[in-house]
Write a protein that binds this ligand. Structure first.
Ligand SMILES: NC(=O)c1ccc[n+]([C@@H]2O[C@H](COP(=O)([O-])OP(=O)(O)OC[C@H]3O[C@@H](n4cnc5c(N)ncnc54)[C@H](O)[C@@H]3O)[C@@H](O)[C@H]2O)c1
Ligand SMILES: [Fe+2]
Length: 382
């Protein structure tokens, strides 16, 4: 099968297929954007795919305004600078372009530019999102360049507090991109380590959603097929970055992971978030390192469920078969064994564990993540 093409309307309008970045002007028109600001991270700003995208906008009379002061694990400082650029340029919408970092910051610029309250007032807690003036939220079009976070189909942005070094999720239904362009050709140039880390982030989203105890059968089904796609196609995308069919299926799996995790995430993300916020490690790679220890920790609660997943994935019919698959993906992708190899020390375990148990994702773990359990898990994975 060659690389698939499709138009989807769930969970938002998605133009899926190789080469479809050329439809960006139409996507902006559909979103009601006439003066877009393209928001991306510093690394992508200098790459040919970004220059080519700006050329497409320019040729359609949409200008080539770009804001790229965006760090990996973007912060409130990045957001303030982005909002200032948005206002100074008289923009009416954002093209959020990149991996999770560029996508999240771009979505948040479009959201925050019209608000008067501090962004932290819109953390994903209860009905805090209703504090926002919804009429002042600018539209955004999302263009993923990695296949991992699924932020392109999400209603939230992850923002690191530059003072407390805590990652917060900022939520509003209107943060959901109006239009998404999923063009797998944009992901072809990803370095191997980013292909691996982002791909295993998608796997972690599907896995944790699938194991979460909450009732959400729609997400359950999506999570299972997402796991299958990653298991089948991530090794191919990793081995040959130019394999467009594999890149396309990974792009689908990433979006599926984000749809699925409306059901909940778990301890992989609860451990990974503080590590990313404190040590600035890559999110998906951090998830991949901690995954086996969390699987062992959760085993009593998920044994049957993961045996069923193993059957669906065609690798056996036991928890052990699924566990071996996860370990195999990890080693095939050259993921480090321990967080130590990502620069994480063992001198702040108490602090990391305290942050992990209050992370919003901790509540979705199938086995209760107590403070002692979190400390023990960190000792194991560091
Ligand atoms: N909104 C959500 O639902 C959600 C979910 C999971 C993670 N996140 C957040 O997303 C961020 C991580 O995103 P990510 O894993 O996609 O990484 P990233 O966006 O930080 O990108 C990683 C690196 O890859 C580079 N890159 C991206 N695309 C490339 C391409 N096509 N070619 C070459 N280089 C490329 C970037 O410049 C960057 O240096 C974290 O901040 C994480 O907290 C958000
Ligand atoms: Fe994630």
């Amino acid at each position: 099968m060659s690389s698939p093409t499709a138009n989807w309307s769930y969970p938002t309008a998605i133009r899926f297929g190789a080469g479809r970045i050329k439809e960006l002007p139409q996507a902006c028109a559909a979103a009601g954007i006439r003066r877009p600001l393209l928001v991306t991270d510093r690394g992508l700003a200098g790459l040919p795919i970004t220059a080519a995208t700006l050329d497409i906008l320019d040729a359609a009379g949409l200008g080539r305004a770009m804001f790229s002061q965006v760090d990996p694990n973007p912060t409130d400082v990045n957001l303030a600078a982005g909002v200032a650029a948005f206002k100074a340029g008289g923009h009416d919408g954002v093209i959020a372009f990149g991996g999770g970092s560029g996508l999240d910051l771009g979505k948040l610029v479009a959201f925050q530019a019209g608000q008067t309250r501090p962004v932290w007032d819109f953390e994903d807690i209860g009905d805090w999102w209703t504090r926002a003036d919804a009429s002042k939220i600018a539209p955004n079009v999302a263009v993923p360049t990695t296949a991992g976070t699924g932020s392109e189909v999400g209603r939230a942005g992850v923002l690191t507090n530059s003072e407390s070094h805590v990652k917060k999720v900022i939520f509003h239904p209107k943060i959901l991109p109006s239009v998404v362009i999923c063009d797998p050709e944009l992901t072809v140039g990803m370095p191997k380590a980013i292909t691996a880390g982002t791909g295993l982030d998608a796997f972690a989203h599907c896995l944790e959603a699938y194991c979460s105890p909450f009732y959400h059968p729609m997400s359950q089904g999506i999570a299972l097929e997402g796991l299958r796609l990653v298991a089948a196609y991530l090794p191919r995308a990793y081995a040959d970055g130019g394999d467009l069919e594999a890149r396309a299926h990974m792009m689908s799996a990433a979006a599926m992971g984000a749809v699925a995790f409306q059901k909940g995430l778990g301890a992989i993300h609860a451990l990974s978030h503080p590590v990313g916020a404190v040590y600035n490690t890559h999110h998906g790679t951090t998830n991949a390192v901690v995954m086996p220890a969390v699987l062992r920790f959760n085993r009593p609660a998920v044994e049957d469920r993961l045996a069923a997943a193993a059957s669906y994935l065609g690798v056996g019919s036991s928890f052990g078969a699924f566990y071996d698959l996860a370990l195999g993906l990890r080693s095939e992708m050259n993921i480090p064994e321990k967080l130590r190899e990502l620069g994480v020390g063992d001198n702040r375990i108490d602090e990391l564990a305290a942050m992990a148990i209050v992370d919003p994702t901790a509540g979705g773990n199938p086995v209760e993540l107590t403070l002692d359990a979190a400390k023990e898990l960190f000792r194991e994975v560091i």
